[in-house]
Structures are given as C-alpha cells and as structure tokens.
Design a protein around this ligand. Structure first.
Ligand code: MBD
Ligand code: FE
Length: 292
C-alpha cells in the first residue's frame, strides 16, 4: 500500500483538502482569494448545516440572479449592494485624506457616454419634479480649482425610475449628462430634486429583501463620477438632508459628509438662475479630488 500524501475529504478536513489541490504555480493572489473563499464558505455551510433542498434553493437563487442580468441591469451588483459588500470594498479602497470628497457606491444604473452639455443645461427631459439648480466647483486638496474636469451625473426621475428602467416611457438620456468645469473650476446644471425610491424589487434580490423584512428604499440621491487628468476618479452621490431614508438606505451608501445643503428658494431666480420661477431648489456643492 502506498502512503497517502493528503488526508481524504471529511467534514473536519473539507476546506483544507480542497485548498491543498491548488497547484503551486497557480497565481498567488488567486490562490489567496480562493483559499479564503473556500475556508469561509465551508465554515458557513458547517454553521448552517443546510439540507440538500436548501442548498439547491441557494443555487437556484444565484441562477435566477444571473438570468436577471441584462445590458442595463446587473442583479449581482444589486446583491453585492444590499449585502453591504459594495460599500465595504469601497471603504477598503478609498481611505482618502480628510478634506477630499468621499466615495460612495456606483450602483447598477450608470451608463457611459451620456450627452455632453453646456454649463447650465437642464438634464430633466420629462418635465416632472421640483426644479433644482446644482452648482459649485471641482478643486484639489489644496483648494486649487481644476479646469476641464468632467462631471458625469445621473439620477432617477420624479417617479423613481432611471431612464433605462423605462425605455420608451422616459426620453432617452433623461436625467443624465456630462458637464465640464470652467477655468475657475466651477460647474452648474439644472435638474430636479431627487426623491427616495425602491431599488428594483421585481427580481431575486428584491424578493430576498422582502423575505428578510427589509424595505427596498434608497435614500434620495444624485450620482456623480468626477474625473480629471492626474486625479483619482471620484464616484459619489449627494443626498438631500430632508430624506426620511438617510439612516435606512437599502444599500448603506449614505455618508455624513455627502449630505448636501439643499435650499428652497421662494423667489424667481436671478443671474444664472434667471428664468426659473420660484419656488425651486438650489444646492452648492464642491468636489475635492486627490492626486492619482
Ligand atoms: C440605485 O439607484 C443605486 O444607486 C444603487 C447603489 C443600487 C440600486 C439602485
Ligand atoms: Fe441610484
């Protein structure tokens, strides 16, 4: 009889035996990642002791999650979001110096290549909602204005849907656009005040939230990606301070530093806001980028 080099698979040895199979020439980072996943997954299975039916239900859940993915909807991102993993990965990768604008979650509804607009353009194309003016500047951590920074913005309409969720109902590119900062680092655009809305709850992730007794609502927000050569891309949101879901966000995306001062203006607008009948909302917001 030949001596065995490795223990056989058993309940006690399971993770160790699986991990021992990896070849010595496998990519070291892949080895590290898979070893951790196998260890933690086996530990969770040992803790839960699922029946065969329960394990099959888990596999079917993941299969349905994959089937829900389309060109505009990534249900796995949503799963990562509601489990807090998206925000955790973000926290690990963006330990920024104080003073720089904080990141938050990207979410599943970013669409690249939105229309480029002139300063002051209204991105709301469906006429719904309370008018909002957003303006401010993009600066570095020393306060120096950054000219030519791109501000890519997107948000839901007043009914709580992104344009891509209602193709043919909303105008294409409703509430999306890319703005460029002027020589003084400033930017300005018009939109509508965002409202809280449920993350898509017609798929497996929404159903899971229901089964867990969790509501699907995201705190009202406007998404931004701010980029400039030589700086780290900033993926973030701003939140109006009066939203009742600030401390209840379904994907844990709210940070104190991203709650912005939305002001309600009762009189008609002046200067750059001329033509806006009151009441409307106005928010002043400066983005601070760190060097890459
Ligand atoms: C969203 O609009 C969103 O921003 C996130 C993070 C998750 C689901 C829907
Ligand atoms: Fe969103």
């Amino acid at each position: 009889m030949t001596a065995r080099r490795y223990p056989l698979f058993s309940e006690e040895t399971s993770a160790e035996v699986v991990n021992a199979r990896m070849g010595a020439d496998a990519d070291p980072r892949l080895r590290e990642v898979m070893a951790a996943i196998v260890r933690h997954l086996h530990a969770a299975v040992k803790e839960v002791e699922p029946t065969h039916e329960e394990w099959l239900a888990a596999i079917e859940f993941l299969t349905r999650t994959g089937h829900m993915c389309t060109d505009w909807r990534q249900e796995f991102i949503l799963l990562s979001d509601v489990l807090g993993v998206s925000m955790l990965v973000d926290a690990i990768n963006h330990r920024r110096p104080s003073g720089a604008t904080e990141n938050t979650i990207l979410g599943p509804f970013y669409v690249p290549e939105a229309p480029r607009y002139e300063r002051g353009t209204n991105i709301c194309l469906d006429g719904k909602g309370e008018p909002l003016v957003v303006g401010g500047s993009v600066r570095d951590t020393e306060g120096k204005p950054i000219e030519g920074a791109l501000i890519d913005v997107w948000q839901t309409n007043d009914d709580g849907f992104y344009d891509v969720q209602q193709k043919g109902v909303q105008p294409d590119w409703n509430l999306r656009g890319v703005f460029t900062t002027d020589a003084d680092g400033s930017y300005r655009f018009r939109s509508v005040k965002p409202r809280y809305y449920p993350i898509p709850d017609d798929g497996p992730v929404g159903k899971l939230l229901g089964q867990l007794g969790r509501h699907p609502n995201r705190a009202a927000h406007i998404h931004f990606i701010v980029t400039a050569p030589g700086y780290e891309p900033l993926i973030t949101h701003i939140f109006p301070p009066d939203c009742e879901y600030l401390d209840q966000d379904a994907v844990f995306g709210v940070k104190e530093s991203l709650i912005a001062d939305f002001r309600r203006i009762e009189e008609p607008g002046t200067d750059e806001d001329a033509g806006l009948a009151g009441p409307f909302w106005s928010v002043n917001w400066d983005f601070v980028l760190t060097r890459s």
